[in-house]
Design a protein around this ligand. Structure first.
Ligand SMILES: *Cc1c(COP(=O)(O)O)cnc(C)c1O
Length: 370
């Protein structure tokens, strides 16, 4: 069986160090927001090149907390894409705001700056307060254009970096472009805990202080709530595990890029669309996503050969039962809907061998030749 992602291998590859870290936490006696969390927050901020990181319980909470700390809530609109984890849109509603979904760029499948501009130009009642670009699949969104448009219209940018730990644009890591950025450390992500975890990062000291208060009931001093906050804490076991994993993130992302290059070489020239790369970008290859009108047949053939694939995401948010007909869309989401019918995520994770990538490739070539 060739797995599409393999969190267990992610543990076994670093078992000795992770087991040691776990024992250190268990014996140390501090389990929530303790010394491992503060240390991880420092190391994560330093890795990204931002002033502060605030550890939270998961990526969804990271987005919600960022919105709340920016005082975005009831009556406000937040622009994002519809081809994302439900988490992105759920977080907007959890904060009390309403999502406004716009179409994506046909090349990158990330938020279209042109569609964003259209939405911002119709924003006469100034209800749009923020935009959440998603660096989908580890590919940086068109972030420079989005940041410029948002600045022109006085709208905040919160980056959803849940799939893009370590992705780079023009020498800068994603997560350093917006006023804040949200990360998830869910076990399948590029930087993965062995449970839930997340973080918000920012360069803004005042915002960091609000994030820190709102993370725990709005406390400034213990037991005194200055504002109504959340309860979204990172625990020391996960932080200690993340500190081990962080040391290998760059090497593991490099391995993902090697696998992607092997797929690129072997699959170019076939009647399938390969993932695009922007100039000056380092893709983190959380997913390697191809597109074909024969998607479902190809997926079946791969499954017959014990090759697991995934579809991220099969149903755009605006077509999901919980959101359909209710969530605001700015225009037709044609590119989003078409991509959902055609995309397929091939196996990619740092422990995937060259021989297994070749098996995937051979199966695809045989399947497309039928
Ligand atoms: C994983 C993910 C999230 C949510 O993270 P959780 O830790 O699962 O809450 C948010 N956005 C995107 C794009 C994701 O892939």
């Amino acid at each position: 069986m060739i797995r599409h992602a393999d969190p267990q291998r992610g543990y076994l590859s670093h078992k000795r160090e992770i087991d040691e870290a776990i024992t250190r936490v268990l014996e140390g006696g501090r389990y929530i927001l303790g010394p491992e969390v503060s240390q991880f927050e420092k190391e994560w901020a330093q890795y990204l090149g931002v002033n502060q990181a605030i550890g939270v319980a998961n990526g969804t909470d990271a987005l919600e907390l960022a919105l709340r700390a920016l005082e975005i809530g009831p009556g406000d609109l937040v622009v994002t894409a519809s081809n994302t984890a439900v988490a992105t849109v759920a977080a907007i509603e959890l904060a009390g705001a309403a999502p406004l979904l716009v179409d994506v760029d046909p090349e990158t499948l990330t938020l279209s700056p042109a569609r964003l501009e259209q939405a911002l130009e119709c924003n006469r009642d100034r209800r749009i307060k923020a935009v959440i670009p998603v660096h989908l699949y580890g590919q940086p969104a068109l972030i420079a254009e989005i940041v410029a448009l948002a600045a022109n219209h006085g709208v905040a940018v919160i980056e959803d970096c849940a799939q893009a730990h370590g992705a780079i644009v023009d020498g800068r890591k994603v997560g350093t472009f917006g006023i804040a950025a949200a990360f998830s450390f869910y076990p399948t992500k590029n930087l993965a805990a062995l449970g839930d975890g997340g973080a918000v990062v920012t360069n803004d000291a005042a915002l960091a202080e609000r994030l820190t208060e709102l993370r725990v009931y709005g406390w400034r001093a213990r037991y005194i709530s200055e504002r109504t906050g959340m309860n979204t804490r990172l625990d020391d076991l996960q932080a200690a595990i993340l500190r081990v994993k962080l040391r290998y993130l760059d090497a593991e992302n490099a391995r993902r890029r090697e696998i992607a290059a092997q797929y690129d070489r072997a699959l170019s020239g076939l009647p399938i669309t390969l993932p695009s790369r922007g100039r000056g970008e380092e893709h983190a290859f959380h997913q390697y996503v191809v597109r074909t009108s024969e998607r479902d047949a190809l997926r079946r053939r791969l499954a017959e050969q014990q090759i697991e694939t995934a579809i991220l995401y099969p149903i755009p948010i605006h077509e999901q039962p919980a959101y359909r007909g209710r969530v605001a869309i700015s225009d037709a989401l044609t590119v989003t809907e078409e991509a959902a019918r055609e995309l397929l995520c091939l196996p990619i994770h740092p422990a995937l061998s060259e021989a297994n990538v070749q098996r995937v490739v051979d199966t695809i070539i045989r399947s497309l030749a039928r």
